[in-house]
Design a protein around this ligand. Sequence first.
Ligand code: XMP
Length: 517
Amino acid sequence: PVLVVDFGAQYAQLIARRVREASVYSEIVPHTITAAEIAAKNPAGIILSGGPSSVYEEGAPSFDAGAFALGIPTLGICYGFQVMAQALGGEVAHTGRSEYGATDVSVGVAGTLLGDQPTEQIAWMSHGDSVSRAPEGFEVLASTLSTPVAAFASDEKKLYGVQWHPEVRHSQYGQAVLENFLHRAAGIPADWNSENVIETQVARIREQVGSARVIAGLSGGVDSAVAAAIVHRAVGDQLTCVFVDHGLLRQGEREQVERDYVAATGIRLITVDAAEVFLRELDGVTDPEQKRKIIGREFIRAFERTQAELVAEAAAEGAEPVKFLVQGTLYPDVVESGGGTGTANIKSHHNVGGLPEDLEFELVEPLRTLFKDEVRAIGRELGLPEEIVARQPFPGPGLGIRIVGAVNHERLETLRAADAIAREELTAAGLDGEIWQCPVVLLADVRSVGVQGDGRTYGHPIVLRPVSSEDAMTADWTRVPYDVLARISNRITNEVREVNRVVLDVTSKPPGTIEWE
Ligand code: XMP
């Protein structure tokens, strides 16, 4: 693999993704990794990420300089560039001149790294300190108005560095810089793709599972669907999928799983009809945290009941025992929960797809090394329907946390109808790519006066919350064209009983979260 050394900012994940976009497998490692540990991993290349600190700051994240002597091609980016410069005898100075944002870069020597690129380009910068002198034996490749050494290289040592952020899209030739490093400087072939990820995982799953039986929970979302499909590819009918219908799904979601997904995969599926139980338990509950707890608990109960039945059934038939449980854990979850770095866990959602901790089952996690976009690519490769693969995120507690107030059957019907209209119109307007997700919220405890036909109405508002985001950690409200909003508003107020007003949420995250509860 290519190791991406994380100096504690959010850049490492982005770099790891860009490397994979260049069809090279990458892994994120903490900056505390030692040269010996690196050598043991035998990486094809190393990329040092940017970071929030100055190399002179007390407690600035350090890096074992011995790694530069291993002969492994290494690229330093921003903070990583300065760490490299300092470790190898160059100079990093507080110039007092910071650069933030789009910056003009002049390329003096193209070399391996900047070959085939224009000599004047715009790159994304974010730094206070600068490299003021390159280490001995290094050639300065580029500069900016305030940074004399904006990139350097030693082909002989296979060490390279850039002050700017090539992983950021605003850097005009950023991806080219990364690809030149990977393919030309480090000589790594572009041969990592969905097909061989599937092949590798299928082999691994077969080895792990043997002839035992496997259970997978489906949530209707992309991750669990793709995870189960890969496992099915590997062990066929040893797998049974369980889908808990908690009655808090949107229009058409159950059918999508029961019909389209099963048709595409041939997976054996058990749907648990638990809507009545959930509604009973949620009766009269208005507190969001309370709702989440109830939904999470009931979900686990429903799942465990079915699981127990399957285990008993296998035993009664004298069939292979059920020993494994599939989970759609993704790489960012692994990295963020400390599996990749020391970075703190910023937010742990009560994931309804999440399963109890005292498992008697061994986990099968075929997506543990993958990012979301890669999971989608693999889903397509496995032939899953686009409605599932391209699905926008939807919270596990479902519509239960999109009704502000108590949840009941009528309110769910109202919200489901409004949500279906909003989704239909946003899709028809071609906005699905731009919108990360668009929660539609029913303010069930709020009423306002309206007039429809000749009569006074006293109905409930529907809130539209379209947001754009990269990862749901931060988000901005999407500037949906007025005519699309007008169409959605017209249709909802005309077609959905009880709703006489549609409002738009224009709050970014932070301060607002994406969901209302
Ligand atoms: P917030 O509201 O925290 O949401 O800004 C961030 C993202 O997480 C989704 N979300 C959840 N997903 N279980 C989930 O599986 C949950 O309990 C949950 N709560 C929020 C939300 O839809 C958004 O994509």
